[in-house]
Design a protein around this ligand. Structure first.
Ligand SMILES: [Zn+2]
Length: 131
């Protein structure tokens, strides 16, 4: 079996757009079903199946208010882009030990005694409690 036509993410008009050729769905599903842990099925009408796949991607079926498949895909891609050194992120930010707010290095109060970071409001209230 030949490889399905590639799906591709591109930037268009200020949006990330993911293109998946509908004609590739039967082959993609077939490849997925090669995994014996997947309950097998065959795509008999790619156009109809594609409409249902879009509803699933948009969280209109199946997710019960949880994250949509798009949310899950994006979170994975966000983390991977950051891990692989995207120059569009600051990965030196820290989480405040007291309130879990994310603070930039410039705004974090570093406590060298216990090697922790605090946001300025938490650092201020803790230091006023100590006094
Ligand atoms: Zn805080």
């Amino acid at each position: 079996m030949s490889e399905p036509k590639p799906s591709q993410a591109v930037i268009e008009d200020g949006c990330i757009v993911i293109r998946v050729p509908i004609s590739s769905l039967p082959e993609r599903v077939s490849l997925m079903c090669d995994d014996i842990s997947v309950d097998p099925f065959l795509v008999t009408n790619a156009e109809t199946f594609a409409k249902d796949v879009v509803e699933s991607l948009n969280g209109q079926i199946g997710t019960m208010g949880g994250p949509t498949p798009i949310d899950i895909l994006l979170e994975e891609a966000f983390q991977e882009a950051a891990e692989y050194g995207s120059e569009g992120v600051d990965d030196t930010v820290k989480r405040c030990e007291a309130c879990d707010e994310i603070v930039t290095r410039a705004n974090a109060h570093f406590c060298s005694e216990d090697d922790t970071y605090l946001c300025k409001p938490c650092a201020k209230s803790i230091s006023s409690e100590a006094n």
